[in-house]
Design a protein around this ligand. Structure first.
Ligand SMILES: [Zn+2]
Length: 179
């Protein structure tokens, strides 16, 4: 016969680990980006796994976006390319942080460019966890890695378990059941 004290002790386990949880948050932040070509998201987290700030790539806050180009055709001047006006996800997150990022972890869907690496290292972030490093052969990427190595920011690729997405869709559908 079962001991009454054990009746409600059911083995309960989250389907997500913290790395996957925050990378999903970064992926959802990226989903909010209006950039038709590249959507990037980032989430900065403290040592207790509490989120400090988030960001996605977008035009300057408060600007009339209808007056700016989203195209990336480099055959015209920078003035007529999105690159002249877009703020990267990491820069947006750092700009909007309301407390220190010292010792924080940064979850990014795409490995940071050299400009964002400067901001990340200067903010004393200690670790960058990324999903994709598709620009790894570019000069910007090499500079970013050099900045991280020289400033003691470690970085690692997250091996995101694809089955998480199936669990997530199932979970989201269960949340919508009353609608
Ligand atoms: Zn950047």
């Amino acid at each position: 016969m079962m001991n009454n004290e054990n009746i409600n002790f059911i083995e309960a386990k989250s389907k997500l680990n913290w790395d996957e949880y925050f990378m999903l948050q970064a992926m959802i932040a990226a989903f909010k980006s209006k950039d038709p070509a590249t959507k990037v998201g980032s989430v900065f987290v403290d040592q207790n796994n509490h989120q400090i700030t988030m960001g996605y790539n977008g035009f300057i806050a408060g600007i009339d976006e209808t007056k700016l180009p989203w195209g990336k055709d480099r055959s015209v001047g920078l003035e007529h390319q999105k690159y002249g006006y877009v703020v990267h996800s990491e820069a947006n997150a750092i700009l909007h942080a309301t407390r220190s990022l010292e010792g924080a972890k940064a979850y990014v869907t795409l490995f940071p460019c050299n400009e964002c690496a400067k901001l990340i290292a200067s903010s004393k972030v200690k670790e960058v966890i990324f999903l994709s490093d598709k620009h790894r052969d570019t000069e910007e990427n090499r500079i970013a890695k050099k900045i991280f190595e020289l400033s003691g920011v470690s970085y690692r690729k997250l091996d995101f378990r694809p089955e998480i997405l199936g669990h997530l869709v199932e979970h989201l559908n269960s949340q919508l059941v009353e609608l």
